[in-house]
Unconditional design. Structure first.
Length: 288
């Protein structure tokens, strides 16, 4: 047992060393006690960092999100797009990361035309990592209609399972602390092209959307696989971004299913090695 603990510690050290600098800020070390039936011992554990991140546009604070401080440029771009503040990456003409005590400020500059939307979209308080819609002060804003999706790839169950099998090895932060969600963009052949991690599932998806926008990748060229439940805000973000196929490891909510059906989003959930549930597929993108 002692050698297993030593090996696990060495593995964590190696993974931390291999991570880029921004990812290292996402992990903290915490001393705890480990109890077993035979002994109680002191252990050093890696835990996920969760920090307040303020998103400022043209010197005005729009929202404060609780998130993992990694891939912040992608987060800023994806969040801005998901909120409807930008329509393309060129609408964001300035970006700077400012570390302030235990918080982070993402200072962004929008074009004058896009900045006008801030007054009608501003959130009202700090948003927890588990909530993607908190802070909205209008039901109409939360339930705003979305255009039905068209096109998208045809994906088989084998392709989804191929990506599912590969995903754990592409989650370096979660491999260390076991507390982060992942959003992966997968090609139509089942190859994972990018993974973004965050303690909040909606933040992870925003980071992935930001990566897609930054690299001018067509969201209809593949699908998204997530290690979370399929919530309403994930479905909303996916549809708004033009993602046509969403697969999640945990179950969906009823509202998420309803929204997906209205917008022709294909939703697979409870994805496992040997089975998956097809909740919505009005566009017939899933190949049985």
């Amino acid at each position: 047992m002692r050698y297993i603990r030593l090996f696990a510690t060495a593995l964590c050290v190696m993974l931390i060393y291999m991570m880029k600098k921004s990812d290292k800020n996402s992990i903290q070390t915490h001393t705890a006690k480990r109890w077993t039936a035979s002994e109680t011992s002191s252990v050093s554990l890696s835990v996920a960092n969760e920090v307040p991140i303020a998103l400022e546009y043209n010197c005005s604070t729009y929202a404060v999100m609780m998130a993992t401080p990694a891939d912040l440029e992608d987060f800023a771009l994806g969040f801005s797009f998901s909120e409807g503040l930008i329509q393309q990456k060129e609408d964001l003409i300035g970006f700077h990361i400012n570390h302030h005590n235990d918080a982070i400020i993402l200072e962004m500059e929008l074009t004058p035309e896009r900045f006008k939307r801030i007054e009608t979209h501003q959130r009202k308080h700090t948003v927890a990592s588990g909530c993607g819609l908190c802070g909205k002060d209008s039901i109409d804003e939360i339930m705003r209609p979305l255009s039905p999706l068209k096109g998208g790839p045809t994906i088989s169950g084998d392709v989804v399972q191929k990506a599912l099998k590969a995903l754990p090895d592409l989650q370096p932060l979660n491999k260390i602390c076991g507390a982060l969600h992942a959003a992966a963009f997968v090609s139509a052949e089942g190859d994972i092209l990018m993974v973004r991690e965050d303690i909040g599932r909606h933040n992870a998806l925003d980071k992935l959307i930001g990566w897609l926008i930054k690299n001018a990748i067509d969201p209809k060229s593949g699908f998204v696989l997530m290690t979370s439940r399929c919530s309403y805000e994930l479905v909303h973000k996916a549809i708004h971004a033009g993602i046509t196929f969403l697969a999640t490891i945990s179950a969906p909510s009823a509202m998420a299913i309803t929204l997906a059906q209205k917008a022709n989003l294909t939703v697979l959930a409870l994805v496992r090695d040997d089975a998956m549930q097809i909740y919505t597929d009005t566009a017939k993108r899933f190949k049985e």
